[in-house]
Design a protein around this ligand. Structure first.
Ligand code: KG4
Ligand code: ZN
Length: 346
């Protein structure tokens, strides 16, 4: 049987501790997911309380070829049907990025296919539009909150991104991961804090917010981290009390998500945006999603958020960015080398 011709992209994501592969087709002007696989390494890194780069490289190197083979087998797609390969070329851990890039570039050369370098942040930025009925409308305000980044960007078109605000120290996810460790919770800390927070009172304690005043759009999360360290030292006798720990988790989660929400809404009002698109691993947090939902409704803003599984790192967002750009006539380009600190602003 003849298969209908599709424009298909293979996406590869290895920027941190998830090995992701995805096949995405261009269909009716939108990316459509044909198949996707993801191997998370969190269980391997958990005993060390954070990501061990060498371990990540070994895991990516072992899993990536296996995942690609399984993806083609499960979807029944043949290599010859590919239009091109999309790979995350930064930002991220250098050694992890190298695994995906070496693989993608070798595969591109062997099959004579174009390789599209995708900025990991660009993948997150557009992920809220995955699966949406309507097409992407520019401009929109993008909020990206992950383990490595916390930023607001004005997205004016493909490759036209202007950073409105970023963090001056820790990313929100990074701060949550570090605070979780202080609370004796395993890595990654964000989901653990969320779980514990459901049993606590978000108004039990007040922790400081970074740049709280005068509509300052800058983010800062190292202050809350330090405040919690001193707070826990001061209340050392309570450290074994589960109710106390749950109250700390709920209160600090509230501080972080309120800050993210307020700043995004202020930036949207100041810039006259009509659409807020929120993404990144921390957007898996239900309280943050709830606050943004309510805040955007009150402000008359249209909110886009991807399902939680597409907020954390994945290859669907990488393949989809390439598909969208190709449909918009943006030529595929690939840096000579990976860039671990690749910026979103071009
Ligand atoms: O986007 P992502 O998967 O990887 C990076 O690009 O960094 O984000 C990972 C971050 C971690 O810091 C993790 O703790 C946080 O997202 N995270 C969450 C939740 N799920 C993941 N933070 C709060 N609540 C969650 N449910
Ligand atoms: Zn990410």
């Amino acid at each position: 049987m003849d298969r209908p011709k599709k424009t298909l992209w293979l996406g590869i994501e290895t920027s941190c501790d998830e090995t992701g592969v995805a096949l995405v087709a261009e269909q009716d002007g939108k990316p459509r997911v044909i198949g996707a696989l993801l191997v998370s390494q969190v269980n391997r890194h958990r005993p060390y309380g954070g990501i061990v780069p060498e371990l990540a490289v070994r895991e990516h190197s072992r899993n990536l070829p296996l995942l690609v083979a399984r993806l083609f087998e499960e979807t029944g797609i043949a290599l010859g049907e590919l239009r091109g390969i999309a790979v995350t070329e930064g930002p991220g851990l250098a050694s992890s990025l190298l695994v995906g890039n070496a693989y993608a570039r070798a595969m591109g050369a062997a099959l004579d296919l174009p390789v599209f370098g995708v900025n990991h942040l660009e993948g997150h930025l557009f992920s809220p539009f995955l699966g949406a009925e309507e097409s992407i409308r520019f401009p929109f305000l993008g909020l990206v909150v992950s383990g490595g980044h916390t930023l607001l960007a004005s997205v004016e078109g493909w490759n036209r991104y202007r950073i409105v605000s970023a963090t001056s120290d820790d990313a929100a996810g990074e701060a949550l991961d570090k605070i979780a460790r202080l609370l004796g919770l395993p890595y990654p800390g964000g989901p653990e804090i969320e779980k514990l927070a459901t049993q606590g009172n978000p108004k039990a304690f007040r922790f400081p917010r970074g740049f709280p005043d005068s509509r300052d759009l800058r983010f800062s999360f190292s202050g809350v981290k330090t405040a919690i360290r001193y707070f826990l030292e001061k209340h050392a006798e309570e450290r074994g009390n589960p109710a106390f720990l749950a109250d700390v988790a709920a209160s600090l989660q509230e501080t972080v998500v309120q800050t993210l929400c307020d700043k995004a809404l202020w930036a949207a009002a100041a810039g006259g945006f009509r659409i807020l698109a929120a993404s990144g691993g921390v957007l898996a947090n239900r309280r943050l999603r709830e606050l943004l939902d309510r805040g955007c409704r009150d402000a008359g803003l249209s909110l886009r958020i991807a399902p939680s599984s597409l907020c954390t790192d994945n290859a669907v967002m990488i393949a989809s960015a390439a598909a969208w750009k190709n449909m918009a006539g943006v030529p595929a380009c690939l840096r000579e080398e990976i860039d671990p600190s690749l910026s979103l602003a071009m």
